[in-house]
Design a protein around this ligand. Structure first.
Ligand code: LLP
Length: 423
């Protein structure tokens, strides 16, 4: 459920009409709903309330805007970060260092040191050597680094190949059959405080069965580790719960997920950690755009449609170009008329296409429209390709709104570049 809806024929974000934001801030612009973010944060938390010990670490890669992070901190969430940059954001937004989990398959020695110095709550180790480096850095600081070992359970999450992470050929985690011996070696290092294991098998999961199978394997591993005399206090179950991108998508709900977790982890006696990203932010944002042209196609060619050229492009919302992802496209002030069209941006690539042959609200030059479900992996994946401005972000809360990220102009981008004097 989200708080984007029509009032008097005009699409609103909560109590704010989207044309007002377009007039004040321009387009394209991401618009987030604070009420939706809060609702998702609370629904997810409530779904896990029956579990004994829980730590919630919002996967900030999904939407790392500072205002979004502050809102999540206010909801009692910590953060899952994957770079020093994300760590700095989480801290800047007021999240406690101890509530931050540092994931990521390629943390540099500099990043590990910075995170130790910041007092990060947990390092999710991706390979044995990383644990050795972290232990050494901790010893030189007179510390013991809190860590868990990320395990690759070799389960096919059944999602898009580019966002699957839990099969043995993926780059993530250590092979589950090697985990017990590795755990024993790492647990013996004086600079490490090895507390448990982690997994994350993929994103936009539409089926809970692969997750349950993976959790089952982790449960066996936890028993084996304890059987060998190791301490296992924490299991990080990652993120991955999918969201509906189309009206008729049927996905497991947070409550379904919570019930499955309770079943799969019964008797583990650990703190369970969760790293939700998309399920919090996905449906809490839209990308507001203006139609530049409706460009007719060649006449009388079957299956060829007009192009609706909008002012948002693949550099603003990369998901369709990267993963063939579907984002609903609706007019901000629709009439009852429909049209079949291709929707594309101004970037000079045929890949800059959001949809082909889609049945949409009829639109004309100058009309406003939105791409829905763009709150996660939207603005954060934007670039300035074709020297387009970096897309701004707006947060709506009831009847007020604020620009929470400026449009970064081509002038500002040019100002960060240099032409050497010898040219
Ligand atoms: N934890 C770890 C270790 C992860 O790698 C991820 C996502 C998450 C948590 C959060 O997963 P979520 O709950 O959001 O599914 N750019 C892609 C998605 C990449 C996800 C990467 N890892 C997209 O636009 O679909």
């Amino acid at each position: 459920m989200d708080h984007f809806g029509f009032r008097d024929g005009v699409l609103h974000a909560e109590d704010v009409p989207l044309p007002a934001i377009a007039a004040a801030v321009g387009t394209p612009v991401y618009v987030y709903s604070a009420a939706t973010l809060r609702r998702h944060a609370r629904v997810f938390k409530a779904a896990l309330s029956g579990l004994p010990r829980v730590h919630l670490a919002y996967a900030i890669k999904a939407n790392p805007n500072l205002a979004v992070l502050r809102l999540m901190a206010n909801e009692g969430y910590g953060a899952d970060v994957v770079s020093a940059g994300e760590m700095k954001r989480a801290l800047a937004a007021g999240m406690a260092a101890s509530a931050i989990v540092f994931s990521g398959v390629g943390k540099t020695e500099g990043e590990l040191a910075a995170a130790l110095d910041a007092g990060i709550g947990q390092f999710n180790l991706e390979l044995e050597e990383e644990g050795e480096v972290l232990a050494r850095l901790a010893v030189t600081r007179g510390m013991r680094a809190p860590a868990v070992l990320r395990v690759n359970p070799d389960v096919d999450a059944g999602t898009h190949a580019k966002i699957s992470t839990g099969r043995k050929q993926n780059k993530f985690g250590v092979p589950i059959d090697q985990a017990p011996a590795m755990y024993a070696r790492l647990a013996a290092l004086p600079g490490l405080d090895l507390r448990g294991v982690a997994l994350h098998i993929g994103s936009q999961l539409a089926d809970l069965a692969p997750l349950e199978a993976a959790f089952g394997r982790i449960g066996e591993l936890v028993r084996a580790l304890r059987g060998a005399g190791h301490r296992v206090e924490r299991v990080d179950l990652g993120g991955g719960l999918g969201v509906p991108y189309r009206a008729d998508d049927v996905l497991p709900t947070p409550a379904d997920y919570g019930a499955m977790v309770a079943r799969a982890t019964a008797g583990w006696d650990v703190e369970l950690q969760f790293e939700p990203g998309r399920v919090i932010a996905g449906n809490a944002g839209v990308l507001l755009t203006r139609v530049i042209w409706v460009k007719p196609g060649p006449e009388n060619v079957e299956g060829v449609h007009p192009y609706v050229i909008v002012d948002a492009a693949m550099n603003d919302l990369a998901r369709p170009a990267l993963y063939d992802a579907w984002h609903d496209f609706i007019a901000v002030e629709p009439t009852s008329a429909r049209m079949v069209a291709n929707i594309a941006g101004p970037v000079c690539e045929s890949g800059d296409t959001f949809a082909m042959g889609r049945d949409i609200d009829a639109v004309r030059n100058g009309d406003l429209a939105v791409f829905r479900t763009a709150g996660a992996y939207g603005a954060t994946m934007a670039s300035t390709y074709n020297s387009r401005a970096l897309v701004p972000e707006v947060l709506v809360d009831g009847d007020r709104y604020a620009v929470v990220a400026d449009r970064v102009s081509p002038e500002a981008l040019i100002a960060a570049e240099r032409v050497p004097e010898w040219l």
